[in-house]
Write a protein that binds this ligand. Structure first.
Ligand code: PRP
Length: 183
């Protein structure tokens, strides 16, 4: 899906597919250098991280493995509470592994803060985070993100895995959703 397919649903285009791919290539070069000689386990957080995982993993020139988690935050509406429930757990034993959590977006930071702590208790050698987007103004907890793509304003963003009511995940780029869609 292109921006032109949903033009009236957007107020702003933030990043094109090319800009996203260029940023992921930058992050991949750093990851390759940092993890040379190892085989990190990329842990994707369903469902938003699917596109980031697919493109970042293929950009990397070092061997990697992939696994997936699905988590759900207890809370009302769009507000996450920091209490996280695991809906789908990893299939991989983390003992001695270098883990890189792959996320599409960090909003409050509550999900990742919990997830990093959870994975760290499973015997991983290291746990780092790659996140394509971060909203600094929405942070409720500080999360140390080693590989950060873009900082964005505290707006409702969609595309490239990010949804509104499960729609727009297949938009190639990332844009700001028009209020008339969700109000
Ligand atoms: C999004 C995103 C992160 C989380 C970030 O997932 O993928 O996992 O929210 O929010 P936080 O920093 O406030 O915790 P979401 O719960 O929307 O599920 P999805 O990935 O299936 O769309």
């Amino acid at each position: 899906m292109e921006f032109s397919d949903i033009e009236s649903d957007l107020t702003e285009i933030l990043f094109t597919e090319d800009e996203i791919h260029a940023k992921l290539a930058e992050l991949a070069r750093r990851i390759e250098a940092d993890y040379a000689g190892t085989k990190p386990l990329l842990v994707g957080v369903l469902r938003g991280a699917v596109m980031v995982m697919a493109d970042l993993a293929r950009e990397l020139t070092i061997p990697i493995e992939m696994d997936w988690m699905a988590v759900s935050s207890y809370g009302s509406g769009t507000q996450s509470s920091g209490v996280v429930r695991i809906l789908k757990d990893l299939d991989t034993d983390l003992h001695g592994r270098h883990v890189i959590i792959v996320e599409d977006i960090i909003d409050s930071g509550l999900t990742l803060s919990w997830l990093r702590g959870n994975l760290a208790t499973r015997g991983a050698e290291s746990v780092e985070i790659v996140a394509l987007l971060r909203k600094p103004d929405a942070a409720k907890v500080e999360v140390d993100v080693k590989y950060e793509g873009f900082q964005i304003p505290n707006a409702f963003v969609i595309g490239y895995g990010l949804d509104y009511a499960e729609q727009y995940r297949n938009l190639r780029g990332i844009g700001v959703l028009a209020p008339h869609v969700y109000s």
